[in-house]
Design a protein. Sequence first.
Length: 750
Amino acid sequence: MQGNQPGQALISSGPSRWQHALLEPDTVALIGASGDPTKNTSRPQRFLQQCNWPGKIVPINPSRDELFGVKSYKSVLDYPDSIDQAFVMTAAAHIPLVIEQCGRKRIPVVTIYTDGYAEIGEDGLAQQEALVRLAKHWGIRLLGPNCIGLIQAHRGLALTVNAVIDTDRPVPGSYAMISQSGSMIGSLMTRGQARGIGFSTLISVGNECDLDLADMIEACASQAQTKAIGLFMETIRDARRFRQAVAHAMSLDKPVAAYLIGRSALGNQLAQSHTGALAGSGLALSSFLDDCGVVRLQSMEALIEIAPMLRPRAAQRNRSQGKSRVAVLTTTGGAAAMVMDNLGLHGIEPAYADASLQDLVEASIRSIDSTHPVPKLRAAPIIDLTLAGSAIQYAGVLAALAQWDACDAAVAVVGSSARSKPALAMHPILEHAPSFTTKPIAAFFAPQADEALALLSAKHIAGFRTPESCADAIAAIMRWRRPRQVEHAALGQASRSLLEHLSIAFQVKNQQPNEAQAYELFESLSIPCSPHQVCELSDLAQVMKDESLDQYVLKIVSHEITHKSDLGGVLLDLDRYSSWDKALEALRDRVMQHDAILATQANPTNRARSGLRQVLVQKKQKALGEVLIGYRYDAVVGPVVVLGIGGIEAALNPHVALRPAPIDMEDAFAMIAEIPGLLRYQGFRNLPKGDMKALALALCDLSRLACDPTACIEEAEINPVFIMPEGLAHGVMAVDAVVRLRVPAKKQPR
């Protein structure tokens, strides 16, 4: 018997070995290979042969002696030499035996094409987890299952069942593409190559039962041929490891870009609060990608076409916190207007020509041809040379834009000459684009101009087919920021003790915190809360006998009810009642009506009674405005903090800013700047100013819940937080609070 026996010392599965075996194998076993060219299982061998892969192909088929002219074996154990990677295409029932045989053969990596695992439900997931346990026993790393394979273009390693290789050969390049949608690697490859963009590697990750997106980023970053990495992605499996993988790639000067699909439905289960509704979609993942330093795109076209713009960010100058400014140079006004319009949708402003640019243009044209006329630039959103522009003027302006400090990026728009005279039209761009060392440059061609696009790609200059993808790519580069380095300060003792007490009550009694307990937690975080007290029903009139009703709000106290207003559990205008007893009676009647309605509903999960036993009396506050601030443990990316317009506007006008938590003051002020409605509290048109510093502090304080080592909070929300005028003792005030706990999921060992 060859190889290891169970219980013997197993092979090391260190990164360098499995990465080499995955992307640079010398010998590949095709387990379940077919000699029928009409079957998918014949494709990997045919494709490897068609692409002239120089390695050794080992077909495994118990019923055949040879396949497509290559000797076949009954099992990997029958092959006399070592094997780097196995590509498995057998029925699911045979795969456990296959993994055992691969383990005995000391094969580091097994890619599983076979489907019928986690993607079909619980039974499939259980079988998939059993495969992972077996593979770990034998020291094997698994890619898949339900994985369509990979392509390493520089060596012709077309280890895939994707039919694209029957019509197109992979063109070597420096862009690695990793996809969570298997069939997309062929689409991405052909679309890229049609633009003159080649790839170093294209990988489908399948179900990611073991090796996942983060592992593939690290593997591609280890390739000398790879200069940038693109992700066609739906989600991430491990936020911490993903962040580390992106950081590793960036440390090697290999930027990572991503197009995220499923943004509108990523959060399948929204929590009860507004925070859950606002942060439960792909917004949390989008913000997380930004936070990791990923160049995040909104279209597949831009993900492909941005490749030449993905160069190390170290040379990029630090931009101000204001809006980015882009200069659009054109010889065709309509096409440029489309680009500028789409840039505006991303919040990017035009760079208006000024005297300094005019001087730079004059100097650059004089250096090219001292006799050539210098165009007079107008202070317009577009630098338009349509009427009198020449190739020299176009080149002179482009050279000047590279030096002009008043723009953060430039777009060169070319009209019909990009198709009719591509070499002539491209000459100014090809000559002067390399001088854009501290800012991005892109080109958009109004006509379909494949030859012109190929000329640019050959010189690593980004060219775009549509104004939408051009603007998307520019906006993604402008939005890019270095990964944050936020200190994870420990929670204070008071907050830790409260969380421990609340967590015990939740685990023992299944009792969520009520509003008063939520205020106690927020106050321990130094967030100001409106004065309040909890009263037993029988004590309310006596406790409040000397207080005027019109100065207070009356609420029910409940461990079960999140939205008290929905059941009439909040009385705002107490001056309508002649006494505290009358107000309490009105509150009780409204709650009883709600309970009666619930009692008639068929779904027992909707029939939780409010159980009115206590009330909360809260001092009324006057404010300039309302916001929502919330903390949420997102199932995909972990803790996030949210800012939005408060009160009912949280549902009607859901503008929201979100960051992974914890955050610092710089992050907090950036979030405030993202909410257009908050401009009114910052001196807009001489309106009274609100205390934005206090709001930023409250956001930072709330985000420190991410530092709770027990991670017991599902979400914590203050809606609304009142914004107070500048100069008061408290710049913000919490007037409604929700805290919901969770049972933290146990981490599965990798």
